[in-house]
Design a binder for this molecule. Structure first.
Ligand SMILES: [Zn+2]
Ligand SMILES: [Zn+2]
Length: 236
């Protein structure tokens, strides 16, 4: 069993998309639509040398990682989360909150629903590849899955690593191009694509509900939203 005694790091790191799935499940269970906070996975890497996150160490449990074949989908989810944080933090030049606080529960719910869809495609992907048992019992399925991922990686189009003058967008594109995602025809692809469409529509509709889509203020906000929403939605 994991050792609970471990030297603490000076800095706690919270992975944005490679979080432990135990912490992801905890966040889904703990979500309260009424608290008005953004859905968040609080996975804390707080030790100097340990393969366990804080929660798993505390529970004497093992971390659970996203399968390599869908890490890109977790990456995309994290981009939406990062984008939606702006609804909580953005301020006008005068230091006033840019978005109506009453809108935030709608944003939070849209993100939480996307998280639930991600949990569902994770389960479907594991079933499809026979990865539902503990690692030790996966045996040949694990080997076949490694092979499957290796083949898919060959089809990736990696981008050159951005230099010092690279923009944050360049870095996102670089990291995004390195990871595998569900492909059309895979179990869960269509429902995941639909969930991303639904999230986009729910966020947009929250803006329309509070700012309208005819007045200048609403039109400007919708334009900004459309321009900066971080995902390209799949045609389904
Ligand atoms: Zn964790
Ligand atoms: Zn963990």
């Amino acid at each position: 069993m994991p050792n609970r005694q471990r030297p603490a790091a000076n800095m706690v790191v919270c992975p944005e998309h490679l979080f432990c799935l135990q912490c992801f499940r905890t966040a889904l269970r703990a979500y309260d639509p009424d608290d008005g906070e953004l859905f968040e996975v609080s996975c804390r890497l707080d030790a100097v040398a340990s393969i366990l996150c804080a929660q798993c160490s505390q529970r004497n449990s093992h971390c659970d990682n996203a399968p390599a074949g869908i890490i890109g989908d977790f990456f995309d989810f994290a981009l939406v989360l990062r984008f939606c944080k702006e609804f909580w933090t953005a301020e006008s030049d005068a230091g006033v909150a840019r978005w109506d606080r009453n809108m935030l529960p709608l944003i939070s719910l849209a993100v939480r629903n996307l998280a639930a869809a991600l949990a569902s495609i994770l389960a479907g992907h594991r079933r499809e590849h026979d990865l539902t048992q503990s690692r030790k019992k996966q045996g040949k399925a694990r080997q076949a899955y490694r092979h499957f991922c290796a083949e898919r990686r060959m089809a990736l189009s990696p981008l050159p690593r951005p230099g010092r003058d690279g923009t944050p967008e360049d870095l996102i594109a670089y990291h995004s191009a390195r990871v595998l995602r569900l492909e059309p025809g895979d179990v869960g692809f269509t429902s995941w694509a639909a969930a991303k469409h639904a999230c986009f529509a729910a966020l947009r509709s929250a803006i329309v509900q509070f700012y309208g889509d005819e007045e200048v203020a609403g039109v400007e906000r919708l334009e900004e939203f459309d321009n900066y929403f971080p995902l390209v939605l799949d045609e389904i």
